[in-house]
Design a binder for this molecule. Sequence first.
Ligand SMILES: *[C@@H]1O[C@H](CO)[C@@H](O)[C@H](O)[C@H]1NC(C)=O
Ligand SMILES: *[C@@H]1O[C@H](CO)[C@@H](O)[C@H](O)[C@H]1NC(C)=O
Ligand SMILES: *[C@@H]1O[C@H](CO)[C@@H](O)[C@H](O)[C@H]1NC(C)=O
Ligand SMILES: *[C@@H]1O[C@H](CO)[C@@H](O)[C@H](O)[C@H]1NC(C)=O
Length: 342
Amino acid sequence: MAVAVIALVVTLTLQTTIFGASGGSGESKEMCQSEECIKTAARMIENLNKSVDPCEDFYDFACGGWIARNPIPQSESVWDQLISLHEELSQKLRLLLEEPDQPGEPRGVKMARAYYRTCLDTDSMEKLGMEPIYEVMAKLKLPRNIPEDDLNPPELDVAWLAGNAHRLIKLHLMVNFFISEDPRNGTLNRMMLEQVSPVLPDRHLLDQERFKSEIDEYKKYAKSMLELAGVGKRSGEFAQEIVDFSTQLAGILNTPEERRSPNHMFHDLSFQDLQMTTDMNAAQWNWTTYINGVFNDTDVKIDAAKEKVIVVDMTYLQKLPQLLVLTPSSVIGEYNNLIAYV
Ligand SMILES: *[C@@H]1O[C@H](CO)[C@@H](O)[C@H](O)[C@H]1NC(C)=O
Ligand SMILES: *[C@@H]1O[C@H](CO)[C@@H](O)[C@H](O)[C@H]1NC(C)=O
Ligand SMILES: *[C@@H]1O[C@H](CO)[C@@H](O)[C@H](O)[C@H]1NC(C)=O
Ligand SMILES: *[C@@H]1O[C@H](CO)[C@@H](O)[C@H](O)[C@H]1NC(C)=O
């Protein structure tokens, strides 16, 4: 993609340069006089390798200079103009965030700096310890410590938990909810629902032989987190159950190929209709409960009969309730606990 963008920009720049120079009309004199345009044109020219004949190898001609000057950094597996711009932007942002507040600066800027300082304030974090996390767990009705004995799991409403966890800590538990512009009408912002990858990339979960080392490392990690959360001897067993459940979740996801296909439909329907559609296999997920959780403590009131949502991965949402019915609630509980905990 990046290469295509570079090639396109180069082509356009070349056209501008060639026709701009040879045209001689009044309009062409105005061309590329701004500072940005001159800088961009200079960058484009640097990216060329003019000793390559474009009729021989256009790619090398158009990008050879850039490739020569931009070896892939050791810390990265890919490198392109966009990543490098992103890196540059991050560095500039860091400098801006580390500057002291100036009088008269917008409130948003000051808030962003305060947020940044909070993230770096490890002394206060150490002092507060786990307490803020326990407060969130309590609001989500999750246990402070993950119980080692899962014989009597508490009644659990996953939809309630997913909605409220989204609201409180922006956790995408089983589904992802977001607000974005309507793909068919950019002037409208719409509620959207889509599937979400479980704890590990689904590619890894669905091919565990090939990604054995990744899966093993994840299990080790999950086991040590569960131990920290108070699960004793059974932490290894829990970690395995969590990976198994995640694998089942990965199995009901739409594949990237399916999602890219032009036949991958958007469904635009009310929460009430969504409820009927997902209740077909098992009535295990109450969308009203979910969406009320997402908008908990706000003045947004959702009328399930009228308010519409765009669903990107309908088959996933249809299979999810059934999977939840077939999975022991103790396993779902462990999965939720671990996800919320980390
Ligand atoms: C430009 O291409 C020539 C011929 O392939 C090559 O020898 C040279 O190293 C390249 N220069 C740069 C800066 O990439
Ligand atoms: C897009 O939405 C706006 C606001 O509801 C509406 O006025 C407009 O007609 C819509 N455009 C199309 C192409 O549907
Ligand atoms: C879903 O939850 C809402 C409120 O949370 C409740 O009014 C409604 O009866 C529930 N629907 C079903 C089918 O249980
Ligand atoms: C909103 O949050 C409170 C506190 O966490 C909780 O008790 C309540 O059930 C939530 N309401 C909804 C509609 O999810």
